[in-house]
Design a protein around this ligand. Sequence first.
Ligand SMILES: Nc1ncnc2c1ncn2[C@@H]1O[C@H](COP(=O)(O)OP(=O)(O)O)[C@@H](O)[C@H]1O
Ligand SMILES: Nc1ncnc2c1ncn2[C@H]1C[C@H](O)[C@@H](COP(=O)(O)O)O1
Length: 207
Amino acid sequence: MHIAIVGNIGAGKTTLANKLAHHFNWEVFLEDVDHNPYLKDFYDDMPRWAFHLQVYFLNSRFRQTQHIKKLQAASKGVIQDRTIYEDAHIFAANLHQSSLMTERDYQNYLGLFESMVSMVDPPDLLLYLRADLPKLVQQIERRNRDYENNIKIEYLRHLNDHYEEWIAGYKHGKLLIIDVNNLDYVSRPEDLSVVIERINSTLFGLF
Ligand SMILES: Nc1ncnc2c1ncn2[C@@H]1O[C@H](COP(=O)(O)OP(=O)(O)O)[C@@H](O)[C@H]1O
Ligand SMILES: Nc1ncnc2c1ncn2[C@H]1C[C@H](O)[C@@H](COP(=O)(O)O)O1
């Protein structure tokens, strides 16, 4: 079983991924953020570092999917925090549309993405955490990563628009949309239970 959690920056993916992994006793795959050699530079100067960052994320996400494939072959359950689909359909697409990535870099990136994604199995369940801008801003502030302090609200808005469009057309498998605006699975265990019940119901038809 493979559940992938998708959603905008600060939506609560990592927090939920850890909680679900604990609940189901499955392996968790988080994003490589702390060791990312481009992320800070990217936020300082997006046009300069957009392509480098996208190639880095693509490779790191692809390696993760190969690792997940092996675990699945061994019948292990996996929770994944963010997918390779989001790199291309959300982040790279947004950078290109916002003229922060050139046409030739984008086409070059897409060629690489298409080659890689053809070797990727979609998750059994895609769990989209839908959050409005105030919730995202509040949670990004709460997390307080210094390089994210200057993220513009417009950047988050464009990413949310891309998410909504991509999710509306998602056809790779089961999809569960959770509105997290009024959920607090950090301090309210009953909110986590609601999420778990909805996952069980979508995956196994329970409840
Ligand atoms: N549903 C929630 N309710 C309250 N706080 C949350 C919720 N989800 C996440 N948080 C908090 O918001 C911050 C960002 O969450 P995180 O899981 O890192 O988001 P993401 O991985 O989507 O970027 C963290 O400090 C986390 O504790
Ligand atoms: N593909 C990406 N392009 C640009 N930025 C990205 C990409 N994937 C992740 N990020 C950024 C967004 C956040 O600053 C960090 C971690 O993501 P989060 O949603 O907080 O887990 O990396």
